[in-house]
Design a protein around this ligand. Structure first.
Ligand SMILES: C[S@@+](CC[C@H](N)C(=O)[O-])C[C@H]1O[C@@H](n2cnc3c(N)ncnc32)[C@H](O)[C@@H]1O
Length: 221
């Protein structure tokens, strides 16, 4: 049985925040230009992404491999990458600067808190690839994919938009399917790995240890 959601529980593990001197200087220079604050008023996404009609949100961008690759290959799509992991956010800030990625913005913080800054039905796709699996029963309330958290994600998705998930933990894949199939906000759940989802360092490590990724896509009603 799924544990009841506890609103104060965090879905992430405490992460290292310290940067080396050089990267810290780059971070301090670029964050005011390209980072969105975790909390604050509801955002005007047209202002954040002028001329981009499709906006995607990555929850848990990790070291930034996918966000950087996607933003470079899809200049016409806006992407907001969120993680609590400062080194990954710093890497993305450096890539925005180096490659002129006007379509990529970052948030250092809890994506579930940041959701409150997004207008209703404003996002075309929400991604959560390899969210922390919290394998112990006592920790299962910390998993990202629970019905309460999916309702909050559904609020920001446009009708017809997609929630894309991936995991290499079989029990979590089963939970994802169950939660989404029972959720009236989603009409269909299918297995689909998008062609643009590159293998990140995290996924490769799992594959080399014999774990296979499952990709799911649920369509917002
Ligand atoms: C296992 S890693 C996977 C990273 C990346 N998606 C990949 O495939 O390489 C999970 C990431 O999700 C982040 N995370 C978990 N819950 C989060 C939340 N509520 N807000 C922002 N980041 C979160 C963690 O900090 C971690 O970097």
């Amino acid at each position: 049985m799924e544990a009841s959601p506890r609103p104060t529980a965090r879905t992430f593990k405490p992460r290292r925040r310290r940067l080396g001197t050089e990267r810290a200087a780059v971070y301090e220079r670029l964050a005011p230009l390209f980072a969105l604050a975790e909390t604050g008023p509801v955002l005007d996404l047209v202002e954040s992404f002028p001329d981009r009609r499709s906006i995607r949100l990555e929850i848990g961008s990790g070291n930034g491999d996918l966000a950087s690759s996607f933003a470079r290959s899809h200049p016409d799509v806006g992407l907001i990458a969120v993680d609590v992991h400062r080194p990954g956010i710093a890497r993305l800030l450096a890539d925005i600067d180096a490659f002129g990625l006007g379509n990529l913005r970052v948030v250092e913080g809890d994506a579930l808190v940041f959701l409150d800054r997004l207008p209703d039905a404003s996002i075309d796709e929400v991604w959560a690839f390899f969210p922390d699996p919290w394998p112990k029963n006592a920790q299962s309330h910390r998993r990202l994919v629970t019905s309460e958290r999916m309702a909050r994600i559904a609020r920001v998705l446009k009708s017809g938009g997609s929630l894309r998930l991936a995991t290499d933990v079989a029990a979590y894949a089963q939970q994802m399917r169950g939660v989404l199939a029972a959720d009236p906000n989603f009409v269909r759940v299918e297995d689909e790995r998008p062609t643009w989802r590159i293998e990140t360092h995290f996924e490769r490590e799992g594959r080399e240890r014999g774990r296979a990724a499952v990709d799911l896509r649920a369509i917002r009603r």
